[in-house]
Design a protein around this ligand. Structure first.
Ligand code: LLP
Length: 423
């Protein structure tokens, strides 16, 4: 469910015509619907009903301050993986007692920042990280709250680049090593054990890898409890998929029902770290056609957004639906659909947003919506080819707000300098 809908062949976000936003802010820009964000967050969070739980939005998926603020007003926490994400979350007003710090390579400085900020828990991923955290906490004369991220060796059945819970992946601690680490941590003066965590991958379209993982982690929690280590939080990570094309991911209610069943005989609070399922279909990328050309081999639609704006097609061969913002000629007999590649201005053949796609007849100047771009869209964008990053816009009802200005040439070189010897 989302709020990008056609009215009289014009694409709207809630009650705002997208063409009007393009006119005001130029292209390309990311566009989010606050109604969709709110609906998705609430649907997910409320699916867990009475089960003690905390929904910590995965900041990496969409980290604009306004988006983070919106979720925090809805009662959400944050799942962060860097000092930068902690900074953003705090600036956005997220309660530090609802912040979980995940990630395989936290620096000493980041550990200290998390500790003094009073976050809920560090998901520690190695014994060396534990030692470093103990040392940092001792220096600060504080006690660090921790969970250990377990690698359950479960196949999430998703793209290899976004599988994280297999034994060969860099994430987490193998179950068989984890028990000893818990026992060590129990005796550390500046460490307090609060939980067990895991995250097996992203864009999962089946429930069974989640329940299999939860089952394994549950047995592990029971084992810890038999050793006198009590566990307050069980963090199952994120990963629930969305529909980009023809995937049929489980509805959050179905997902929640399966997890609740598995949680029945545990007293822990369940922590969830959803990203994509909340923001994926709540955002689009709006671009404009610069040129079209037919080369004899292919039809190319050259647009002003590129792989630096949306990396997913180039990186994962990901599918994003393409829609015209004005459906004027859709399906008209004299202008049939045709197969085309949608490409950007970047100097690489890997710079495409869609390949061999049946599309309505886009013409120079037409606006194009690249759908389902809310998750891992802007946050993975770069300045490659010295392209200023796109603007971000949030719609609420009949108004739109620029929540991140488009970068300009000045911002591109702001932090660079020419050393003396070149002057
Ligand atoms: N928790 C942890 C520890 C994670 O590493 C991730 C995602 C999440 C939660 C949120 O997962 P989600 O609910 O969004 O699936 N760039 C890739 C996705 C990378 C996911 C990385 N970790 C993409 O565009 O598909």
């Amino acid at each position: 469910m989302h709020h990008f809908i056609f009215k009289d062949n014009e694409l709207y976000c809630e009650s705002v015509a997208i063409a009007d936003i393009a006119e005001a802010v130029s292209t390309p820009f990311y566009l989010y619907s606050s109604a969709t964000l709110t609906h998705h967050f609430n649907t997910f969070d409320k699916s867990f009903g009475e089960l003690p739980h905390l929904t910590c939005f995965a900041v990496k998926s969409c980290s604009n301050l306004a988006v983070l603020r919106l979720f925090s007003t809805l009662g959400g926490g944050a799942d962060i993986v860097s000092g930068g994400e902690l900074y953003r979350s705090l600036k956005a007003g997220v309660d530090p007692r609802r912040i979980i710090y995940s990630g395989v390579g936290k620096t000493e400085e980041e550990l200290r920042y998390g500790l003094v900020s009073g976050i809920l828990m560090f998901n520690v991923e190695s014994e060396q990280e534990l030692d470093r955290l103990q040392q940092v906490a001792e220096e600060q004369e504080m006690v660090a709250p921790v969970a250990f991220r377990i690698n359950p060796d479960v196949d999430p059945k998703t793209h290899a680049y976004i599988s994280t819970g297999l034994a060969k992946n860099k994430f987490g601690i193998p179950m068989e090593q984890a028990e000893n680490i818990y026992l060590r941590a129990r005796d550390m003066k500046n460490i307090k054990i609060l939980g067990v965590s895991c995250h097996i991958g992203s864009q999962l379209t089946e429930i069974s890898p989640f329940t299999e993982t939860l089952h394994k982690v549950k047995l592990f929690v029971k084992r810890l409890e038999s050793l006198g280590i009590s566990i307050k939080y069980l963090d199952l990570g994120g990963g629930l998929g969305v529909r980009y094309q023809d995937e049929k991911p489980p509805h959050p209610q179905e997902y929640a029902r399966a997890l609740k069943e598995e949680m029945q005989d545990l007293k822990c609070t369940l922590i969830l770290e959803p990203g994509r399922v909340i923001v994926g279909n709540a955002g689009i990328l709006v671009s404009q056609v610069l040129y079209t050309k037919q080369t004899g081999t292919k039809n190319f639609i050259i647009v002003d957004a590129a792989m630096n704006d949306l990396a997913r097609p180039s990186l994962y061969d990901a599918h994003h639906d393409i829609m015209p913002v004005n459906r004027k000629a859709d399906g008209a007999a004299d202008k049939p659909f045709q197969k085309a590649d949608v490409v950007g201005p970047i100097c690489e053949s890997g710079d495409f947003l869609a390949r061999d796609r049946e599309l309505p007849p886009f013409e120079q100047g037409d606006l194009m919506a690249i759908m389902s771009s809310g998750a891992y869209g802007f946050t993975m964008s770069s300045n490659y080819n010295s392209r200023p990053r796109a603007a971000e816009v949030l719609v609420k009802d009949d108004k739109f707000y620029v929540i991140r200005q488009r970068e300009n040439y000045e911002t591109l070189i702001r932090d660079e300098s020419i050393p003396d010897f070149l002057e």
